[in-house]
Design a protein around this ligand. Structure first.
Ligand SMILES: Nc1ncnc2c1ncn2[C@@H]1O[C@H](COP(=O)(O)OP(=O)(O)OP(=O)(O)O)[C@@H](O)[C@H]1O
Ligand SMILES: [Mg+2]
Length: 213
């Protein structure tokens, strides 16, 4: 059986990852494609427990490298429990965030370094990098403004300073350059519908090209 494609969505907070990736998945399902939306920890019990530890606003004294290791651990469990079995069944996975989030948030936001964070993540994911990554590009401030409008609860990372989010944004720009061959950059500052339609066409094109109807 043909293996599913592994497609990830990345971008700063409030860039529209969840909005766009869920809309695109729904539209592709309607067209009859075998696609599944997921996000870490994605209902994997162990991955969920690890993630709760990371995001608990009470854990203000968490060390940056501890945070990076916990994300990598949660990512691996979700990969093994949810992503790999689906790909093997021929289902395309659309993942709302994956390894590049750690490169940007822990590598640059927390200033551990992209290459260091990449190394521990490679241990966690082995060779299972995304086939393609849709990068929703937007400046840090616009993203945070969108989130402030729509949300009442802020987790430990949402509460970080604007300087942290600016570093995350810079980190993502480095990641785009570094992994240019799997990155597809979409301008996410436009109207939701425009972003969804362009992204839908891109992902549909990838599936058709790979023969994953
Ligand atoms: N293109 C857009 N224009 C205006 N508002 C948008 C756009 N895309 C998403 N939004 C709104 O911005 C807010 C954040 O969107 P969303 O949750 O999809 O972003 P996200 O990238 O998943 O954020 P997070 O990183 O926090 O998970 C939501 O209220 C959403 O409705
Ligand atoms: Mg989201």
């Amino acid at each position: 059986m043909k293996r599913g494609l592994f497609i990830t969505f990345e971008g700063p907070d409030g860039s529209g990852k969840t909005t766009v990736s869920t809309a695109v998945t729904k539209q592709l399902e309607k067209d009859g494609y075998k696609v599944r939306y997921t996000r870490e920890p994605g209902g994997s019990k162990i991955a969920e427990l690890i993630r709760n530890l990371i995001l608990d606003p009470e854990n203000t004294d968490m060390d940056a490298r501890t945070e990076a290791l916990l994300y990598a651990a949660s990512r691996r469990q979700h990969l093994v429990d949810k992503v790999l079995p689906a790909l093997e069944e021929g289902i395309t996975i659309i993942s709302d965030r994956f390894v590049d989030s750690s490169l940007a948030y822990q590598g640059c936001g927390r200033q551990i370094g992209i290459d260091e964070v990449y190394e521990i993540n490679l241990f966690a994911i082995e060779n299972h990098l995304p086939d393609k990554t849709i990068f929703l590009n937007i400046d840090a401030e616009t993203g945070l403004e969108r989130i402030a409008k729509g949300r009442t609860y802020l987790d430990r990372l949402d509460q970080e300073s604007i300087e942290f989010h600016e570093r995350v944004h810079e980190g993502y720009q480095k990641v785009i350059e570094k992994y240019a061959d799997r990155m597809i950059v979409v301008d996410a500052s436009r109207e939701v519908e425009e972003v969804v339609q362009q992204t839908y066409q891109i992902v549909k094109g990838l599936l058709d090209e790979a023969g994953n109807a």
